[in-house]
Design a protein around this ligand. Structure first.
Ligand SMILES: Cc1ncc(COP(=O)(O)O)c(C=O)c1O
Length: 446
Protein backbone atom coordinates (compact mmCIF):
# COMPACT_ATOMS: atom_id res chain seq x y z
CA UNK A 1 0.00 0.00 0.00
CA UNK A 2 1.25 3.45 -0.95
CA UNK A 3 1.88 6.13 1.69
CA UNK A 4 -0.56 8.33 -0.22
CA UNK A 5 -3.36 5.75 0.14
CA UNK A 6 -2.71 5.36 3.84
CA UNK A 7 -2.91 9.11 4.33
CA UNK A 8 -6.35 9.32 2.80
CA UNK A 9 -7.90 6.41 4.64
CA UNK A 10 -9.57 8.12 7.56
CA UNK A 11 -8.91 11.77 8.25
CA UNK A 12 -7.46 14.85 6.70
CA UNK A 13 -3.72 14.90 6.11
CA UNK A 14 -1.64 16.36 8.91
CA UNK A 15 1.73 16.25 7.20
CA UNK A 16 0.88 18.01 3.96
CA UNK A 17 1.63 21.44 2.50
CA UNK A 18 -1.72 22.92 3.54
CA UNK A 19 -1.17 21.99 7.18
CA UNK A 20 2.29 23.56 7.02
CA UNK A 21 0.84 26.80 5.63
CA UNK A 22 -1.91 26.80 8.24
CA UNK A 23 0.66 26.51 11.03
CA UNK A 24 2.66 29.43 9.65
CA UNK A 25 -0.11 31.93 10.41
CA UNK A 26 -0.54 30.86 14.07
CA UNK A 27 0.76 33.11 16.87
CA UNK A 28 4.23 32.57 18.38
CA UNK A 29 2.65 31.50 21.69
CA UNK A 30 0.56 28.86 19.92
CA UNK A 31 3.49 27.67 17.82
CA UNK A 32 5.53 27.20 21.00
CA UNK A 33 2.79 25.16 22.65
CA UNK A 34 2.40 23.03 19.53
CA UNK A 35 6.15 22.44 19.55
CA UNK A 36 5.96 21.32 23.18
CA UNK A 37 3.08 18.99 22.31
CA UNK A 38 5.25 17.42 19.61
CA UNK A 39 8.16 17.19 21.99
CA UNK A 40 6.34 15.23 24.68
CA UNK A 41 3.70 13.18 22.87
CA UNK A 42 4.57 10.10 20.90
CA UNK A 43 3.84 10.98 17.28
CA UNK A 44 0.99 9.12 15.61
CA UNK A 45 -0.97 9.46 12.43
CA UNK A 46 -4.00 11.76 12.36
CA UNK A 47 -3.13 13.27 15.79
CA UNK A 48 0.29 14.85 15.29
CA UNK A 49 0.99 17.66 14.63
CA UNK A 50 -2.09 19.40 16.06
CA UNK A 51 -4.07 22.16 14.39
CA UNK A 52 -4.21 24.67 17.22
CA UNK A 53 -4.23 24.96 21.01
CA UNK A 54 -7.65 25.07 22.64
CA UNK A 55 -8.17 26.97 25.90
CA UNK A 56 -11.93 26.76 26.31
CA UNK A 57 -14.96 24.98 24.95
CA UNK A 58 -18.49 26.16 25.38
CA UNK A 59 -21.81 25.29 23.69
CA UNK A 60 -21.07 24.86 19.99
CA UNK A 61 -17.57 26.34 20.13
CA UNK A 62 -13.92 25.56 20.70
CA UNK A 63 -11.92 28.66 21.69
CA UNK A 64 -8.17 28.93 21.10
CA UNK A 65 -5.54 30.72 23.20
CA UNK A 66 -6.09 33.98 21.27
CA UNK A 67 -9.83 33.85 21.91
CA UNK A 68 -10.67 32.77 18.34
CA UNK A 69 -13.88 30.76 18.23
CA UNK A 70 -14.34 27.69 16.06
CA UNK A 71 -17.90 26.55 15.50
CA UNK A 72 -17.32 22.83 15.91
CA UNK A 73 -18.91 20.57 13.30
CA UNK A 74 -16.68 17.69 14.40
CA UNK A 75 -16.46 17.57 18.20
CA UNK A 76 -15.18 13.99 17.95
CA UNK A 77 -18.89 13.12 18.16
CA UNK A 78 -18.95 13.84 21.90
CA UNK A 79 -20.87 17.12 21.77
CA UNK A 80 -24.48 15.99 21.41
CA UNK A 81 -25.48 18.28 24.31
CA UNK A 82 -22.85 20.87 23.45
CA UNK A 83 -19.58 21.51 25.24
CA UNK A 84 -19.61 22.27 28.97
CA UNK A 85 -23.36 21.82 29.13
CA UNK A 86 -24.40 23.72 32.31
CA UNK A 87 -27.02 21.13 33.33
CA UNK A 88 -24.55 18.24 33.05
CA UNK A 89 -21.81 20.23 34.80
CA UNK A 90 -24.11 21.08 37.72
CA UNK A 91 -25.13 17.44 38.22
CA UNK A 92 -21.49 16.33 38.08
CA UNK A 93 -20.45 19.01 40.58
CA UNK A 94 -23.09 17.78 43.00
CA UNK A 95 -21.94 14.19 42.53
CA UNK A 96 -18.30 15.18 43.19
CA UNK A 97 -19.36 16.20 46.70
CA UNK A 98 -20.92 12.79 47.30
CA UNK A 99 -19.35 9.67 45.81
CA UNK A 100 -16.41 9.87 43.37
CA UNK A 101 -15.50 6.21 42.94
CA UNK A 102 -17.00 2.84 43.59
CA UNK A 103 -14.68 -0.07 44.31
CA UNK A 104 -15.41 -3.33 42.50
CA UNK A 105 -17.95 -5.63 44.20
CA UNK A 106 -20.00 -2.58 45.30
CA UNK A 107 -22.57 -0.67 43.31
CA UNK A 108 -23.96 2.85 43.48
CA UNK A 109 -27.14 4.75 42.73
CA UNK A 110 -25.88 6.83 39.75
CA UNK A 111 -24.66 3.70 37.91
CA UNK A 112 -27.95 1.87 38.53
CA UNK A 113 -29.97 4.94 37.48
CA UNK A 114 -28.05 5.31 34.24
CA UNK A 115 -28.51 1.60 33.47
CA UNK A 116 -32.26 1.87 34.12
CA UNK A 117 -32.66 5.07 32.07
CA UNK A 118 -30.74 3.67 29.12
CA UNK A 119 -32.72 0.44 29.12
CA UNK A 120 -36.03 2.29 29.40
CA UNK A 121 -35.04 4.50 26.49
CA UNK A 122 -34.85 1.39 24.28
CA UNK A 123 -38.48 0.62 25.29
CA UNK A 124 -36.87 -2.34 27.04
CA UNK A 125 -36.09 -4.05 23.75
CA UNK A 126 -32.51 -4.21 25.01
CA UNK A 127 -32.76 -4.84 28.71
CA UNK A 128 -29.23 -5.58 29.93
CA UNK A 129 -26.26 -3.26 30.00
CA UNK A 130 -22.56 -3.08 30.84
CA UNK A 131 -20.51 0.12 31.01
CA UNK A 132 -16.84 0.66 30.18
CA UNK A 133 -14.52 3.62 29.82
CA UNK A 134 -14.30 3.69 26.01
CA UNK A 135 -15.77 2.78 22.66
CA UNK A 136 -13.14 0.24 21.61
CA UNK A 137 -13.57 -1.42 24.98
CA UNK A 138 -17.35 -1.88 24.69
CA UNK A 139 -16.96 -3.19 21.16
CA UNK A 140 -14.44 -5.68 22.54
CA UNK A 141 -17.00 -6.66 25.18
CA UNK A 142 -19.71 -7.12 22.55
CA UNK A 143 -17.38 -9.32 20.48
CA UNK A 144 -16.61 -11.40 23.58
CA UNK A 145 -20.28 -11.75 24.45
CA UNK A 146 -21.03 -12.82 20.87
CA UNK A 147 -18.30 -15.49 21.02
CA UNK A 148 -19.58 -16.73 24.38
CA UNK A 149 -23.19 -16.90 23.19
CA UNK A 150 -22.63 -18.41 19.73
CA UNK A 151 -19.56 -20.46 20.64
CA UNK A 152 -18.16 -19.37 17.25
CA UNK A 153 -15.26 -16.98 16.72
CA UNK A 154 -15.65 -15.83 13.11
CA UNK A 155 -16.76 -12.28 12.43
CA UNK A 156 -18.08 -10.54 9.37
CA UNK A 157 -17.37 -6.80 8.97
CA UNK A 158 -17.17 -4.09 6.32
CA UNK A 159 -14.01 -2.97 4.60
CA UNK A 160 -13.19 0.62 5.71
CA UNK A 161 -15.00 0.07 9.03
CA UNK A 162 -13.63 1.57 12.22
CA UNK A 163 -14.62 0.07 15.56
CA UNK A 164 -11.76 1.33 17.73
CA UNK A 165 -7.97 1.38 17.88
CA UNK A 166 -7.29 -1.56 20.23
CA UNK A 167 -5.87 -4.80 18.86
CA UNK A 168 -9.21 -6.64 18.94
CA UNK A 169 -11.12 -3.80 17.29
CA UNK A 170 -8.51 -3.16 14.57
CA UNK A 171 -8.82 -6.87 13.86
CA UNK A 172 -12.46 -6.37 12.93
CA UNK A 173 -11.83 -2.93 11.41
CA UNK A 174 -11.34 -2.39 7.73
CA UNK A 175 -8.84 0.45 7.62
CA UNK A 176 -5.30 -0.57 6.69
CA UNK A 177 -3.72 2.43 8.44
CA UNK A 178 -4.58 0.88 11.81
CA UNK A 179 -3.26 -2.58 10.99
CA UNK A 180 0.01 -1.59 9.30
CA UNK A 181 2.91 -3.55 10.84
CA UNK A 182 0.65 -4.88 13.60
CA UNK A 183 1.34 -8.49 12.75
CA UNK A 184 -1.28 -11.21 13.15
CA UNK A 185 -4.58 -9.85 14.35
CA UNK A 186 -7.62 -11.82 15.50
CA UNK A 187 -8.29 -14.72 13.14
CA UNK A 188 -11.58 -15.48 11.42
CA UNK A 189 -12.50 -12.01 10.16
CA UNK A 190 -14.30 -11.92 6.80
CA UNK A 191 -14.59 -8.45 5.29
CA UNK A 192 -17.19 -7.43 2.72
CA UNK A 193 -17.30 -4.11 0.86
CA UNK A 194 -19.30 -1.35 2.55
CA UNK A 195 -22.81 -0.86 1.12
CA UNK A 196 -21.83 2.42 -0.52
CA UNK A 197 -24.26 3.25 -3.30
CA UNK A 198 -22.26 6.24 -4.58
CA UNK A 199 -18.90 4.52 -4.98
CA UNK A 200 -19.73 0.96 -4.06
CA UNK A 201 -17.84 -1.65 -6.00
CA UNK A 202 -21.06 -3.64 -6.10
CA UNK A 203 -22.85 -0.75 -7.78
CA UNK A 204 -26.21 0.64 -6.86
CA UNK A 205 -28.07 -2.64 -6.72
CA UNK A 206 -28.88 -3.47 -3.13
CA UNK A 207 -30.29 -6.81 -4.20
CA UNK A 208 -26.96 -7.84 -5.80
CA UNK A 209 -25.13 -6.71 -2.71
CA UNK A 210 -27.35 -8.69 -0.35
CA UNK A 211 -27.06 -11.83 -2.48
CA UNK A 212 -23.27 -11.48 -2.32
CA UNK A 213 -23.37 -10.99 1.45
CA UNK A 214 -25.58 -14.01 1.91
CA UNK A 215 -23.28 -16.05 -0.32
CA UNK A 216 -20.22 -15.15 1.78
CA UNK A 217 -22.02 -15.95 5.04
CA UNK A 218 -23.46 -19.24 3.85
CA UNK A 219 -20.24 -20.39 2.13
CA UNK A 220 -18.18 -19.65 5.22
CA UNK A 221 -20.80 -21.50 7.23
CA UNK A 222 -19.65 -20.83 10.76
CA UNK A 223 -19.68 -17.08 11.22
CA UNK A 224 -20.77 -16.13 14.73
CA UNK A 225 -20.89 -12.32 14.62
CA UNK A 226 -21.68 -9.44 12.30
CA UNK A 227 -20.38 -6.11 13.58
CA UNK A 228 -21.21 -2.90 11.72
CA UNK A 229 -22.12 0.72 12.08
CA UNK A 230 -25.76 0.82 10.94
CA UNK A 231 -24.96 4.24 9.47
CA UNK A 232 -21.26 4.76 8.91
CA UNK A 233 -20.11 7.94 10.59
CA UNK A 234 -17.03 9.05 8.68
CA UNK A 235 -18.43 9.04 5.16
CA UNK A 236 -22.10 8.81 6.14
CA UNK A 237 -23.20 5.67 4.35
CA UNK A 238 -26.93 5.22 4.94
CA UNK A 239 -28.25 1.82 3.88
CA UNK A 240 -31.97 1.50 3.20
CA UNK A 241 -34.49 0.09 5.65
CA UNK A 242 -34.84 -3.05 3.54
CA UNK A 243 -31.07 -3.55 3.61
CA UNK A 244 -30.81 -3.92 7.38
CA UNK A 245 -34.09 -5.86 7.55
CA UNK A 246 -32.66 -8.40 5.12
CA UNK A 247 -29.36 -8.53 7.02
CA UNK A 248 -31.30 -9.18 10.24
CA UNK A 249 -33.12 -12.05 8.50
CA UNK A 250 -29.85 -13.49 7.16
CA UNK A 251 -28.31 -13.25 10.65
CA UNK A 252 -31.35 -14.93 12.23
CA UNK A 253 -31.27 -17.73 9.69
CA UNK A 254 -27.56 -18.33 10.34
CA UNK A 255 -27.72 -17.70 14.11
CA UNK A 256 -25.32 -14.77 13.78
CA UNK A 257 -25.06 -12.26 16.63
CA UNK A 258 -25.62 -8.79 15.14
CA UNK A 259 -23.76 -5.91 16.81
CA UNK A 260 -24.62 -2.33 15.89
CA UNK A 261 -21.80 0.07 16.70
CA UNK A 262 -23.58 3.38 17.33
CA UNK A 263 -20.67 4.92 19.21
CA UNK A 264 -20.44 8.14 17.15
CA UNK A 265 -23.97 8.15 15.72
CA UNK A 266 -26.25 7.20 18.63
CA UNK A 267 -27.80 9.47 21.26
CA UNK A 268 -29.88 11.56 18.88
CA UNK A 269 -27.46 12.53 16.12
CA UNK A 270 -29.62 10.97 13.41
CA UNK A 271 -32.87 12.37 14.82
CA UNK A 272 -33.63 9.18 16.78
CA UNK A 273 -32.05 8.27 20.09
CA UNK A 274 -30.71 5.03 18.58
CA UNK A 275 -29.81 4.52 14.94
CA UNK A 276 -31.41 1.05 14.85
CA UNK A 277 -34.81 2.70 15.36
CA UNK A 278 -34.67 3.90 11.73
CA UNK A 279 -34.60 0.31 10.54
CA UNK A 280 -37.44 -1.39 12.46
CA UNK A 281 -35.09 -4.11 13.63
CA UNK A 282 -33.38 -4.77 16.94
CA UNK A 283 -29.75 -5.90 16.91
CA UNK A 284 -28.42 -8.40 19.45
CA UNK A 285 -26.19 -5.73 20.96
CA UNK A 286 -25.79 -1.99 20.55
CA UNK A 287 -22.68 -0.10 21.60
CA UNK A 288 -22.72 3.55 22.62
CA UNK A 289 -19.90 5.85 23.69
CA UNK A 290 -18.50 9.26 22.81
CA UNK A 291 -21.22 11.75 23.89
CA UNK A 292 -22.58 9.43 26.59
CA UNK A 293 -20.09 10.97 29.03
CA UNK A 294 -21.29 14.46 28.11
CA UNK A 295 -17.88 15.40 26.72
CA UNK A 296 -16.59 15.29 30.31
CA UNK A 297 -15.83 11.64 30.93
CA UNK A 298 -14.90 8.65 28.83
CA UNK A 299 -18.00 6.50 29.15
CA UNK A 300 -19.40 3.80 26.88
CA UNK A 301 -22.15 1.20 27.11
CA UNK A 302 -23.09 -2.14 25.61
CA UNK A 303 -26.81 -2.89 25.56
CA UNK A 304 -28.08 -6.39 24.90
CA UNK A 305 -30.98 -8.75 25.60
CA UNK A 306 -31.55 -10.60 28.87
CA UNK A 307 -31.74 -13.82 26.81
CA UNK A 308 -27.95 -13.47 26.49
CA UNK A 309 -27.49 -12.98 30.21
CA UNK A 310 -26.20 -16.50 30.62
CA UNK A 311 -22.43 -16.11 30.76
CA UNK A 312 -21.99 -15.13 34.40
CA UNK A 313 -19.01 -17.47 34.66
CA UNK A 314 -17.03 -15.32 32.17
CA UNK A 315 -15.73 -11.77 32.61
CA UNK A 316 -17.13 -9.86 29.67
CA UNK A 317 -16.09 -6.43 30.92
CA UNK A 318 -14.24 -6.17 34.22
CA UNK A 319 -13.03 -2.60 33.76
CA UNK A 320 -11.89 -0.51 36.73
CA UNK A 321 -14.19 2.39 35.91
CA UNK A 322 -17.20 0.35 34.74
CA UNK A 323 -19.49 1.72 37.47
CA UNK A 324 -17.86 5.11 37.98
CA UNK A 325 -20.51 7.21 39.76
CA UNK A 326 -19.31 10.55 38.36
CA UNK A 327 -19.25 9.31 34.77
CA UNK A 328 -22.65 7.65 35.29
CA UNK A 329 -24.05 10.94 36.64
CA UNK A 330 -22.86 12.69 33.48
CA UNK A 331 -24.45 9.94 31.35
CA UNK A 332 -27.81 10.19 33.11
CA UNK A 333 -27.72 14.00 32.83
CA UNK A 334 -27.04 13.72 29.07
CA UNK A 335 -30.04 11.40 28.55
CA UNK A 336 -32.29 13.62 30.70
CA UNK A 337 -31.16 16.72 28.85
CA UNK A 338 -31.82 15.18 25.41
CA UNK A 339 -35.32 14.26 26.55
CA UNK A 340 -36.21 17.38 28.61
CA UNK A 341 -34.99 19.79 25.93
CA UNK A 342 -36.71 17.87 23.09
CA UNK A 343 -33.41 17.68 21.24
CA UNK A 344 -34.68 15.02 18.85
CA UNK A 345 -37.39 17.38 17.57
CA UNK A 346 -34.84 20.16 17.21
CA UNK A 347 -32.58 17.86 15.20
CA UNK A 348 -35.49 17.10 12.84
CA UNK A 349 -36.10 20.82 12.34
CA UNK A 350 -32.43 21.38 11.50
CA UNK A 351 -32.54 18.37 9.18
CA UNK A 352 -35.33 19.98 7.13
CA UNK A 353 -33.35 23.19 6.74
CA UNK A 354 -30.12 21.40 5.84
CA UNK A 355 -31.87 19.12 3.33
CA UNK A 356 -33.32 22.12 1.51
CA UNK A 357 -30.03 24.05 1.61
CA UNK A 358 -28.01 21.12 0.28
CA UNK A 359 -30.53 20.44 -2.50
CA UNK A 360 -29.80 23.94 -3.79
CA UNK A 361 -26.03 23.50 -3.38
CA UNK A 362 -26.08 20.28 -5.40
CA UNK A 363 -27.77 22.09 -8.27
CA UNK A 364 -25.39 25.04 -8.10
CA UNK A 365 -21.97 23.48 -7.58
CA UNK A 366 -20.66 20.74 -9.86
CA UNK A 367 -17.80 20.26 -7.38
CA UNK A 368 -20.31 18.38 -5.24
CA UNK A 369 -20.58 14.76 -6.37
CA UNK A 370 -22.93 13.60 -3.65
CA UNK A 371 -24.52 14.83 -0.43
CA UNK A 372 -25.78 12.28 2.08
CA UNK A 373 -27.13 12.65 5.55
CA UNK A 374 -29.89 12.75 8.09
CA UNK A 375 -30.45 14.53 11.37
CA UNK A 376 -27.24 16.39 12.13
CA UNK A 377 -24.91 13.95 10.37
CA UNK A 378 -23.90 14.92 6.83
CA UNK A 379 -21.28 14.21 4.20
CA UNK A 380 -20.47 16.40 1.21
CA UNK A 381 -18.42 14.40 -1.28
CA UNK A 382 -16.28 16.61 -3.52
CA UNK A 383 -15.28 15.45 -7.01
CA UNK A 384 -13.20 16.82 -9.88
CA UNK A 385 -15.83 15.59 -12.30
CA UNK A 386 -19.30 14.21 -11.67
CA UNK A 387 -19.01 11.58 -14.39
CA UNK A 388 -15.66 10.11 -13.39
CA UNK A 389 -16.26 10.79 -9.67
CA UNK A 390 -12.53 11.53 -9.35
CA UNK A 391 -11.95 12.65 -5.77
CA UNK A 392 -11.16 16.36 -5.29
CA UNK A 393 -8.45 15.82 -2.65
CA UNK A 394 -6.66 19.14 -2.90
CA UNK A 395 -9.80 21.28 -3.08
CA UNK A 396 -11.30 19.48 -0.07
CA UNK A 397 -8.24 20.40 1.98
CA UNK A 398 -8.26 24.00 0.76
CA UNK A 399 -11.94 24.26 1.70
CA UNK A 400 -11.27 22.82 5.14
CA UNK A 401 -8.50 25.31 5.88
CA UNK A 402 -10.58 28.15 4.38
CA UNK A 403 -13.39 27.26 6.78
CA UNK A 404 -10.98 27.00 9.72
CA UNK A 405 -9.68 30.47 8.92
CA UNK A 406 -13.27 31.69 9.05
CA UNK A 407 -14.08 29.92 12.31
CA UNK A 408 -15.71 26.63 11.29
CA UNK A 409 -14.13 23.28 12.20
CA UNK A 410 -14.95 19.93 10.60
CA UNK A 411 -13.14 16.82 9.47
CA UNK A 412 -12.31 15.74 5.94
CA UNK A 413 -12.91 12.03 5.57
CA UNK A 414 -11.19 9.81 2.98
CA UNK A 415 -9.52 12.88 1.53
CA UNK A 416 -12.54 14.36 -0.24
CA UNK A 417 -15.56 14.17 2.06
CA UNK A 418 -16.53 17.11 4.25
CA UNK A 419 -18.04 15.41 7.31
CA UNK A 420 -20.40 17.66 9.24
CA UNK A 421 -21.56 16.80 12.77
CA UNK A 422 -22.72 19.91 14.62
CA UNK A 423 -23.79 19.68 18.27
CA UNK A 424 -27.48 18.83 18.69
CA UNK A 425 -27.90 21.97 20.79
CA UNK A 426 -26.84 24.25 17.92
CA UNK A 427 -29.07 27.28 17.29
CA UNK A 428 -30.48 28.05 13.86
CA UNK A 429 -28.24 31.14 13.63
CA UNK A 430 -25.09 29.18 14.46
CA UNK A 431 -26.01 26.49 11.94
CA UNK A 432 -26.68 29.10 9.26
CA UNK A 433 -23.34 30.80 10.00
CA UNK A 434 -21.53 27.47 9.56
CA UNK A 435 -23.37 26.68 6.33
CA UNK A 436 -22.63 30.16 4.93
CA UNK A 437 -18.90 29.78 5.64
CA UNK A 438 -18.81 26.35 3.98
CA UNK A 439 -20.83 27.51 0.96
CA UNK A 440 -18.51 30.47 0.40
CA UNK A 441 -15.53 28.13 0.21
CA UNK A 442 -17.29 25.64 -2.07
CA UNK A 443 -18.29 28.51 -4.35
CA UNK A 444 -14.71 29.79 -4.39
CA UNK A 445 -13.41 26.48 -5.79
CA UNK A 446 -16.36 25.62 -8.06
C1 LIG B 1 -17.71 3.74 14.92
C2 LIG B 1 -16.75 3.84 16.06
N1 LIG B 1 -16.60 2.78 16.87
C3 LIG B 1 -15.74 2.81 17.90
C4 LIG B 1 -14.97 3.92 18.18
C5 LIG B 1 -13.96 3.88 19.29
O1 LIG B 1 -14.30 4.68 20.35
P1 LIG B 1 -13.17 5.11 21.40
O2 LIG B 1 -12.29 6.09 20.72
O3 LIG B 1 -13.94 5.70 22.55
O4 LIG B 1 -12.44 3.87 21.77
C6 LIG B 1 -15.12 5.05 17.37
C7 LIG B 1 -14.30 6.24 17.62
O5 LIG B 1 -14.11 7.12 16.80
C8 LIG B 1 -16.02 5.02 16.29
O6 LIG B 1 -16.18 6.06 15.47
Amino acid sequence: MEYHDLLYTEGDINLGEHRKNWREQLSEKTKNLLAEDEKYFLHQSMSTPCLDVIDKCEGSYLINTEGKKYLDFHGNSVHQVGFKNPYVIEKVKQQLDELTFCTRRYTNQPAVELAKTLIESTQSKLDKVLFAPGGATVNGMALKLARAVTERFKVITFWDAFHGASLDTISVGGEAIFRKNMGPTMPGVERVPPPNTYRGILGESEENYLSYLEYVIEKEGDIGTFIAEPIRNTDVIIPSKSFWKRVREICDRNEIFLIFDEIPTGLGRTGRLFVYEHYDIVPDAVTLGKGLGGGLFPLAAMLTHSKYDKVSDISIGHYTHEKNPVAATAGKAVLDYISDENLLEKVSEHEKHITETFRIWEEKYSLIGDIRGLGLLWAIELVEDRTTKEKAFDIAERIMYGCLENGVNFKVSQGNILQLSPPLTITHEELQFGLDVIEKQIKKYS
